[in-house]
Design a protein around this ligand. Structure first.
Ligand code: PLP
Length: 381
C-alpha cells in the first residue's frame, strides 16, 4: 500500500472517515433509478445552501477544471468579447479557455501580489464595459491572493456583464454569497475545502446564464462541457452521462459535514490569521501584500534554500506534505494548505513544527518558535 503523508497542500485535502465510508456503499444504477435523481437534486440544494443561492446547481463528473471549461464553452461564441480579470495564474488561465471557444479576450491585469484594485477596475469599466461575461478567481491558489467578490461581481453586473467565478480553492473555506454578490456562475471542486476525494466540479448557474445559452447564435461546441443539456435532467430523468455515483454519495456526506459545522468559516479565519502571524514573526515573508486567503498560506522561500529539498525533508522526516508552486512562482514559494478538514489546530501545529525543523536543518534560523506562536495567537482570538 501507498504510505500516505499528512496532506497539507492546497488541495487535495484530507478526507474525513465518514466521507470515505460513504464512497464505499453499494450503488444503484444512477441513470435508471428515480431515487438517485432525487438524491442528486437534494445534494445540489444543499450545495446551494452552502453557496447562499437559489440558482440551479449541478455536479459534473470531472475535477474543477471541467467546471471552468464547461462555463467558458457554454457561454462563449465566436467573436464574443470576454473580460479576463487577471492577478494570478488561474486568473490568466481563463484566457486560454475563452480562446479555445473563439472568444476575444480583453485583460484587466492587476498586481500579482495584491487583490484586484476596485477603483482601477471601476475606471477601466467606465471606459469599456462591452463584454458578454467576465472571469475572476476568488482565491488564486498558486499565490494565495483573495479577491473581493462582494464588490467586484456587483460592479460587473451593474454594467450588464455576466460574472464567472473560479472559487475552487475558496468555496467552503471563505464566505461566498452567490445571490447577494450577483455571481452568475461559480465553480468549485470536490477536493479542496469541501474535503471530498478529487473528481467532481460543482457549479451554480443563474437564470441569466440559461437565457444566454438559449439565445446563442450557434450551438455549444462541446457535449461534455455543455451546461445547457443539464437544464431539465430532473424532469426528463436523463443525465448526459452516467454520473459517478460513488463520488457523489461521498460529496453529499462532505457537504453535510460542512453544513453541520456552523463555525467552519470562523475556524478557517482563526487558522489563517494565526499561521500568517506566526510566519511573519519567524522572519519569513508572505508572498502577497494584501488579500490573504484563509485557505492557504504562501510563503517566500528564504534565500539559499532549495524548496524541493525542504519539502522532501518534511515528508521523509515528519510525514507532512506541503506544496511548492508552479508557473512564475515555481521554486519561489512554499504553500501550506489549511483548508477544509485541514483547517484544524492540531495538524497545523504539527505542520509548522515540521516546517521549522526543516528550515533549521537547511540553515535558516527562525526568530521564534513558530508552532508555539501559532498556538498563542489562535488562543488569543
Ligand atoms: C485546484 C484549482 C482548480 C482546479 O484544478 P484541478 O487540476 O482540477 O484540481 C482551479 N482553480 C483554482 C483556483 C484551483 O485552486
Amino acid at each position: 500500500m501507498l504510505k500516505v503523508p499528512y496532506v497539507m497542500t492546497p488541495g487535495p485535502t484530507e478526507v474525513r472517515e465518514n466521507v470515505r465510508l460513504a464512497r464505499s456503499v453499494r450503488c444503484t444504477n444512477p441513470d435508471l433509478d428515480a431515487k438517485f435523481y432525487d438524491f442528486y437534486r437534494e445534494t445540489c440544494k444543499k450545495i446551494g445552501e452552502l453557496l447562499k443561492t437559489k440558482n440551479e446547481v449541478r455536479i459534473l463528473g470531472g475535477e474543477g477544471m471541467l467546471g471552468l471549461e464547461a462555463a467558458c464553452a457554454s457561454l462563449t461564441e465566436k467573436g464574443d468579447r470576454v473580460l479576463v480579470i487577471d492577478n494570478g495564474i488561474f486568473g490568466e488561465g481563463f484566457a486560454d479557455l475563452v480562446k479555445l471557444y473563439d472568444g476575444e479576450v480583453v485583460f484587466f491585469k492587476g498586481d500579482r501580489r495584491e487583490e484586484i484594485n476596485l477603483e482601477d477596475l471601476r475606471n477601466f469599466l467606465d471606459k469599456d464595459s462591452n463584454f458578454k461575461y467576465a472571469t475572476v478567481v476568488h482565491c488564486d491558489t498558486p499565490s494565495g491572493v483573495l479577491n473581493d467578490l462582494s464588490k467586484i461581481c456587483p460592479m460587473l453586473k451593474e454594467k450588464g456583464i455576466l460574472t464567472l467565478v473560479d472559487s475552487v480553492s475558496a468555496m467552503g473555506g471563505e464566505n461566498l454569497e452567490v445571490d447577494n454578490w450577483k455571481i452568475d456562475i461559480v465553480v468549485g471542486g470536490s477536493q479542496k475545502c469541501i474535503s471530498a476525494p478529487p473528481g467532481l466540479s460543482l457549479l451554480s448557474i443563474s437564470k441569466d446564464v440559461f437565457a444566454a445559452m438559449e439565445n446563442r447564435r450557434s450551438p455549444i461546441k462541446s457535449f461534455y462541457c455543455n451546461l445547457l443539456i443539464w437544464k431539465n435532467y430532473y424532469e426528463e430523468k436523463w443525465f448526459p452521462y452516467t454520473p459517478p455515483i460513488s463520488d457523489i454519495i461521498a460529496l453529499r456526506t462532505a457537504v453535510d459535514n460542512i453544513l453541520a459545522d456552523d463555525g467552519v468559516l470562523k475556524r478557517h479565519e482563526r487558522i489563517g490569521r494565526s499561521v500568517r502571524k506566526a510566519i511573519i514573526e519567524a522572519g519569513l515573508h508572505l508572498y502577497t501584500r494584501n488579500g490573504y486567503s484563509n485557505t492557504v498560506s504562501v510563503i517566500e522561500v528564504p534565500e539559499g534554500i532549495d524548496e524541493k529539498k525542504l519539502r522532501k525533508y518534511m515528508v521523509d522526516n515528519f510525514n507532512v506534505m506541503i506544496a511548492g508552486s508552479f508557473g512564475y512562482l515555481e521554486g519561489k514559494v512554499l504553500r501550506i494548505g489549511h483548508m477544509g478538514e485541514n483547517a484544524r489546530e492540531n495538524i497545523v501545529v504539527y505542520t509548522l513544527y515540521s516546517l521549522q525543523k526543516a528550515l533549521e536543518h537547511f540553515g535558516f534560523k527562525c526568530r521564534c518558535d513558530i508552532s508555539q506562536l501559532f498556538l498563542e495567537e489562535i488562543h488569543s482570538l
